[in-house]
Design a protein around this ligand. Structure first.
Ligand code: ADP
Length: 353
């Protein structure tokens, strides 16, 4: 099937700055793709090249197989929502939502129905006559979403749409977006964020961006469980990267202190390159110092996190640090005490440095 969106070698330079290195990326109809990466990694630039707000220095952008590189934004049929809701303050909600339809010269009779439909989709049907200043931040962002949906876009582009909202509201909005997603199965969604939680919750696939480049692309769960780069392992879920030695050159067995462990060589590493196990803090076990199979370590710090504790530990064999997250239990060891650390078999192995 023809992909909904294709980037073919799309790069963007501003003077001497490379904002986007040549990007090749295909997004299927109805798919949700998250572009995830730290600030300045080129996510928004990729989105702007797709929407037509910046002109690529090289490459082509295709929508449903059609080359739209030379088309102005309003001829691409995309819905766009950005961080700052950008509603017109002097217009009522209904006029804001109708804006894109007016620009496209949609007949008046049809406009009313489409506005009502879009507001219903985001649960804002009752607020059509309000002004933006009479709404909360979350409600304003819903209106911005309704405005983007009113034109019935084939592709919806969301650029950090929740960044301006507080944490509790962001979680509600993620739930809301998932509901919307289910109601619009044919709409393709591209979601730019630096928040790995939002990306994991919403996306079918995640494109990890760093320094203007796409560094890794894959189904969300796979990237989380089997990251193939050090960057993805640490950025997507804050893994420990525990230095180990290869016992087997293919990366299936490694040595950590005086232990041997099975590893999952998901990542790429060169012969002779240092390697590390990516271990999520909740998979690090704490035992008595003399428990069989445990690695001796010293507890360096404890932070209570409400649902449990974060423990900062130092391996006795090499002095490296490792972080554990354990449930809220009684009988935690004291800071400075010797404990045992257990690392499960099968953690992903990545090249470092
Ligand atoms: P992100 O969305 O990941 O935060 P951006 O795509 O906004 O990153 O930016 C990527 C790089 O391009 C950054 O170094 C940024 O400073 C630069 N950049 C973005 N837009 C412009 C512009 N209009 N002029 C000059 N440099 C820009």
């Amino acid at each position: 099937m023809t992909p909904a969106v294709e980037f073919r070698g799309v790069s963007v330079r501003f003077g001497r700055t490379t904002a986007l290195s040549p990007l090749d990326l295909t997004v299927a109809r109805g798919e949700t793709l998250a572009m995830l990466g730290p600030s300045g990694s080129g996510k928004s630039t990729a989105l702007k090249a797709l929407a037509g707000f910046v002109v690529p220095s090289t490459g082509r952008v295709l929508l449903d197989g059609e080359d739209v590189t030379a088309l102005p934004p309003h001829r691409r049929g995309l819905g766009v929502v950005v961080q700052s809701y950008a509603l017109f303050p002097h217009m009522r909600v209904e006029a804001n939502v109708a804006f894109g339809l007016k620009a496209r010269k949609t007949p008046r009779a049809e406009t009313a129905g489409r506005v009502a439909e879009a507001l219903e989709l985001v649960g804002m049907g009752k607020y059509a006559r309000r002004y933006p200043r009479e709404l909360s931040g979350g409600q304003q962002q819903r209106v911005a979403l309704a405005r983007a949906l009113a034109i019935r876009p084939r592709v919806l582009l969301l650029d950090e749409p929740l960044s301006a909202l507080d944490a509790a509201l962001r979680e509600d909005m993620v739930a809301e977006l998932l509901r919307l997603r289910a109601e619009l199965p044919d709409t393709t969604l591209i979601y730019v964020t630096h928040d790995q939680g939002e990306a994991l919750a919403l996306a079918d696939r995640i494109a990890v961006m760093r320094d203007s480049k796409l560094v890794e692309l894959g189904p969300s769960r796979e990237l989380y469980q089997r990251p193939s780069t050090e960057f993805t392992a640490s950025f997507l879920g804050a893994s420990n990267l525990i230095p180990v030695e290869l016992i087997q050159a293919d990366g299936t067995r490694v040595r950590l202190g005086d232990r041997e462990l099975a590893a999952d060589p998901s990542g790429t590493f060169r012969a002779g390159q240092p390697v590390a196990l990516g271990v999520r803090p909740h998979r690090v076990g704490i035992t008595a110092a003399d428990a069989p199979g445990a690695l001796p370590a010293v507890l360096r710090g404890v932070q209570w996190r409400g649902t449990g504790f974060r423990l900062d530990l130092e391996f006795a064999h090499d002095g490296n640090e490792v972080r554990a997250e354990v449930p809220d239990i009684d009988g935690l060891p004291n800071v400075g005490q010797r404990v045992g650390v257990s690392i499960p078999d099968g953690c992903p192995l990545v090249g470092v440095g």
